[in-house]
Design a protein around this ligand. Structure first.
Ligand SMILES: [Zn+2]
Length: 510
């Protein structure tokens, strides 16, 4: 039988050769090995530094994070910028409340905002009052201190949309984000004012007709034009057409029409209608969201009516995307029977995503609700810093681990990073440190942010190796014909592919 040994060796060689030939020619299989190696090394490095906050910060700052899907434009700006712009504009600042207002100023109670730049103590007080820089003060709750900022800065914010967009985009680039869905009101309150003048009609269909023929169509086309101008100035501000553009120029921005839900019903409906109309007609506006404190009197009192408005308009504009602030509530803020907004926003408001979702475990049949969210793919935009400073919900009191346990899609978002003095990296740090999450779990947040974005087109299925493009090497410089077709046809898939490239490059460093 000795003579059989060379034959066996030859057969073994042939088998190994065919195995090698098969895997070498099966390009996707080959790339799988390369990607996994980078991912595993990166995950190992992450575990080695996870208890060292500064190294963890540096790692997470560099980590590609996809999108921030929950960020308000006026809350994204730091107080320093508001004070600077108010001074440039010749606005006044109230010595007591620190609110900006139009001139004329006086030197006693309402001096020019420029005086805050020359008085160190006054300046510090302005920054503290117009953000959570030193937390809340004078017995004021974090909730009240936080929300009070928006009316104080509105006089200056109304004049600086381009600069605000530039600041948000530039900071997003620093945090290695590719995409923002920014909430703001492109018509600057014109739809709400029109509603106040035309009044309420119990017949929503008639009210829609009255609004569209009574000036709302004009308001919507004006809003699109002012968005054109704002984006043009923003790009100039960031030198996007110059040889050395601001890194923020590479960040893609889309908008969510922001509806102020705390106003009277005759002012809320026209805003929701304007949001649907703009999202249906202008590709830059990808959906709408209802904002303002969810525990405000009218937010609570008219909540069911707001869901009815969304339900009615959704039947007319079924393709328009809806994401809703829901469950940004605690038993301290509202009576327990008011803790039902997550479920109602999904079932009656047609929300495809939920902002915050903090009260989920206090809602009716929470386990059934969690399963429903997982099955229907309702993503939660988790805002850890915001929930901490506004609601005082943090650590084990936050439902993030429960959402993960039940397979509900989740991503991390900043909400109002300027007011909260935070950024997207801080959100990832908080998640990693508080909930002991792994690199792979954090990477899932980044991928989910784009998979559940409202960008147009079919997406790459999250982390699904069997999908089109799923087994391609993002750094290979070429893709299969099927993958190329998908990328050409879908804005969402292209953005996801950019993330895959960034992730592969990032993981290649470890
Ligand atoms: Zn928000």
């Amino acid at each position: 039988m000795l003579s059989c040994a060379p034959v066996r060796r030859f057969r073994l060689f042939l088998f190994a050769f065919f195995l090698f030939a098969f895997y070498s020619s099966a390009w996707p299989q080959k790339t799988r090995v390369v990607t996994d190696t980078g991912e595993k090394k990166t995950a190992r490095y992450f575990e080695s530094i996870r208890t060292q906050p500064l190294l963890l910060h540096a790692f997470l700052q560099q980590m590609p994070k996809g999108a921030d899907l929950h960020i308000h434009l006026s809350g994204a700006v730091y107080a320093e910028s508001y004070v600077k712009w108010a001074a440039q504009d010749g606005l006044c600042i109230d010595r007591i409340t620190l609110a900006f207002s139009d001139p004329p100023c006086d030197m006693k109670d309402k001096p020019p905002a420029s005086s805050a730049l020359l008085d160190a103590a006054f300046y510090e007080r302005a920054l503290d009052t117009l953000s959570m820089r030193q937390g809340s003060r004078n017995g004021e709750s974090g909730h009240d201190h936080f929300f009070a900022v928006f009316s104080k800065v509105s006089a200056v914010a109304d004049r600086h949309t381009p600069e605000m967009l530039a600041e948000a985009r530039s900071r997003a680039a620093q945090g290695h984000l590719l995409y923002l869905e920014l909430m703001f009101n492109p018509d600057r309150g014109a739809a709400a004012s029109l509603g106040a003048s035309l009044g309420w009609n119990d017949d929503l269909s008639k009210m829609r007709d009255q609004l569209l023929s009574g000036g709302l169509s004009q308001i919507i086309s004006d809003a699109a034009r002012s968005l054109d101008e704002a984006e043009k100035k923003e790009n100039e501000e960031m030198h996007c057409d110059q040889p050395q553009p601001d890194p923020g120029c590479a960040v893609t921005v889309r908008y969510l029409y922001q509806v102020s839900r705390g106003l009277k019903k005759e002012m809320v409906f026209p805003q929701i209608l304007a949001g649907f109309e703009m999202a249906a007609k202008d590709r830059r506006v990808v959906g709408l969201n209802l904002v303002m404190p969810e525990d405000n009197y009218l937010s609570i009192h008219d909540f069911n009516l707001h869901m009815q408005m969304l339900d009615f308009l959704h039947s007319i504009y079924p393709k328009v995307h809806i994401t809703l602030h829901a469950g940004e509530l605690t038993p301290q803020l509202v009576p327990p029977e008011e803790l039902f907004h997550v479920r109602a926003s999904i079932e009656r408001g047609h929300a495809q995503r939920i902002g915050h979702g903090v009260d989920v475990m206090r809602e009716h049949d929470p386990f059934e609700l969690l399963k429903k969210m997982a099955t229907e793919g309702i993503l939660v935009e988790v805002c850890l810093t915001s929930n901490d400073v506004i609601l005082e919900v943090r650590g084990a009191r936050h439902p993030l681990p429960i959402y993960l346990k039940f397979g509900v899609p989740v991503t991390l978002a900043t909400d109002d990073p300027g007011v909260a003095r935070a950024d997207i990296t801080q959100e990832y740090e908080r998640a990693a440190e508080t909930y002991n999450l792994s690199y792979l779990e954090l990477k899932k947040f980044a991928r989910a942010s784009l998979a559940y974005s409202f960008l147009a087109g079919e997406g790459l299925r999250e982390a699904d190796r069997n999908s089109v493009c799923g087994q391609e090497n993002p750094l290979a410089g070429k893709v299969s014909a099927a993958c190329a077709r998908l990328l050409a046809a879908s804005e969402k898939a292209r953005m996801q592919w950019e993330l895959e490239k960034a992730v592969a490059a990032f993981e290649g460093k470890f």
